[in-house]
Structures are given as structure tokens and as C-alpha cells.
Write a protein that binds this ligand. Sequence first.
Ligand code: ASP
Length: 411
Amino acid sequence: MMKWPSLNLQILLGAVFGVALGAYFHNLGASHPLTQGGVYAASLLGTLFIDLLKMILIPLVFCSIAVGIANLRQHQQMHRVWVTTLIFFISSMAIAIILALLAGNYFKPGAGLHLSMFEHAMQNFEAKQLPLPEFLAQFLHGLFVNPFTALSQGNVLAVVCFALILGIALVMGGDRYKALLALLQEGLAVCMQVVGWIMRIAPLGIMALLMQLVAMQNLAMLSTLAKFVAVVVGTTLLHGVIVLPLILYLFTGKTPLWFWRGAREALMTAFATSSSSATLPVTLRCANDHLQVKPAIAGFVIPLGATINMDGTALYEAAAALFIANLVGIELSFVQQLIVFFTAMIAAMGAPGIPSAGMVTMVMVLQSVGLPAEAIAILLPIDRLLDTLRTTVNVEGDMVGSLVVQKLLKN
Ligand code: ASP
């Protein structure tokens, strides 16, 4: 009997077919009936896949964090996990931003272009004001929300915060709450089983999403901004293919190939969905089942990372600020670049894990150094394409983080 290919191979084939079909439809042209039918079918299938992931996301995050914290407290390690995780997140984002600033200063993308070339795009776009103090206030305000509202609205960050508090309360209460803890543990196991089922349609979902993405691409803008795109893609790849694997190797001795084998389901899902949140169920599955991260660590580091640890986004925010400064003809001073460094980090932490979220919070980075926020209209047409890679690196950073934290806590 013929053996059915493994899920990983199916996903890879799905991605390749998706890109090939997308390119075919792109060549046929957007108005061709075949393209319209194909794109419609792909959007149904792709949305179904994302909807299924989102359906399980909130119950999964809730159970996973509460159980993860409860288990950590039993090992009396909670304080160390917190601190190690936050230090890892901040350091890896800092490296990503420094890479972007170095590349931006060296290659100066946008230096040959002029803002007036994009006047038309900018006229039709009004940037929403997003000053830093207001952004911070909004962010802090969003952390603690009625848990029922947060659960029903799918507010991941607020669910993470409530589950953290619940996890602590469960342990403080000791045996008194052991029935509730057991219920949450079973809830987590059931959610992971459902994720396993959803992954069976992942090859089709990923094929559909990539096909739609390639078929609908606006290539004209891509070639005008070729240098900027090359710098962003190059630096993001450098961070994802060299820096993060190197950190992983130095701390844990695990090779990039070993990591890729265990992480590829999540990396490809992130690439196709451009959403760290939608990918979160798959990321947790990879960390627990393939990368052998203990559920107590993965259950804490991965959901928290999906909401605040975004290396790819941080890198992009800084690169885009330098690009727009070049377009406007402003040379950013050292101090201004330092401001970009900090605001890019805050903007990335505050960006929710959904497609193009980084574009919204980027307004704040631009405003912090007096650049015109309307200029992000120039980047919008190419954003969906660049989002694929930065989301993949965001998710990679979370998985590398969980492995490094686990290793550091063992010693
Ligand atoms: N799409 C990214 C993510 O989900 C966020 C961003 O737009 O940079 O991780």
C-alpha cells in the first residue's frame, strides 16, 4: 500500500503548489474568470484555516498559561522564568533593531527616491495620531480587562494577563483548588488534540493563503522600492537564519537543522498567515511535541512571546523609519536613531500578532523623530509580502526563546 507523505512534506508541497498556482493566476491577470474563481476558492479555504486556528486560540492560551504558571510555582522557579524570558525577549529584539539600523545606515535605501514621487498614494491616506505617551497608556490600560470580555473578544494580551494571575492564585490556594487545576489541565490536553486535527488541513490552508498572496501582488511598487525591500529581506533573513540559530546553538548546543525539523510546521504557518496569534496553537504544538520544551516553560514563554516578542517587527519598524527619513531627505542624528531604537522596541511589543499590525504602531516611531506619518502609505502595498517573513522570524524568536530559557533554568 502506498504510504501517505508526512505532514511536514504535505505542508511543504502545499506551499510550493500555492506559490506556483498564485504565479499562474497572477500572469493570467486579475480580471480573468479563472483567476477570480481561483482567488475566491483560495480565500474561502485560507480563511477557514485561520478561523479554525483562531477558534482554538483563546481557550488554548488560557489553559496553557494558567497550567504553565501553576506547574512552575510547584518547582519554585517562577521568578527566574519571568526574568530570563523578559531578558531574552528584550535582548533579541535589541539585536534585530541594531541590525536594521546598521544596514539602513550602510545601504541608505530610499536615498535616490523623492517623497514627491509618492504624493498620490499619500494624499489618499490619513495617518491616525499615535503619540508615544498615549500609546503606552492604551497598552497598559489594555492589560487588565474583565476576563469574560477578554475571552469573548479574543483579546490575547488581556487573556494572557488574567491567566497569569489565575495561575498564581491556583498555586497559592494549594490543594483547595486542585479540582479547577485538574480541569484546566484536561482542557489544555483537549485543546492540543483539536490543534492536531486542525493541522491535518494545514497543507491546504497554507496552499490557499500563499496562492492568494502571490496572485494579488502589486509588483510595480515592489520594483520601485526594490532596494528597501532587499535591505529588509536581507536583514530579516540574517537575523532569522544566522543570529537566532547562533544564539540557540551557543546556549543549547542544538543545531539549526534540528531546530528547523521541529519548528517548520509553525514557521510555515506563520509565513502563510502573517499572524503570530493565529500561529500560536501550532507554535505551542511544535515546542511541546517536536522541540521537547517542557509544557510548563512552553506554556508560559510561547503565548507571552506571541504577543510581545517580535524580532522581525522591531527590525522592520527601525528599517522603515530610516527609509522614510532618507526619502524626506533628513539625516537622523545618533540621538534620533537612539529614539528610533527605543520606540521601535515598544512599537513591536505593543503590536498585536495580526497581519500588518506593525504598520499601525509604526506611526508612533515616525512621529517620535518628526517624520511624516503619512509616508507609511508608500509601504502599505508591499506590506503583506514583507509581513510573511517578519512574522516567521517573530515566531522563530518565541521558539528559540523557550529553548534557551529551558536550558538556562536547568543549570
Ligand atoms: N504580522 C506580525 C505578527 O503577527 C505583526 C506585524 O505586523 O509586524 O507577528
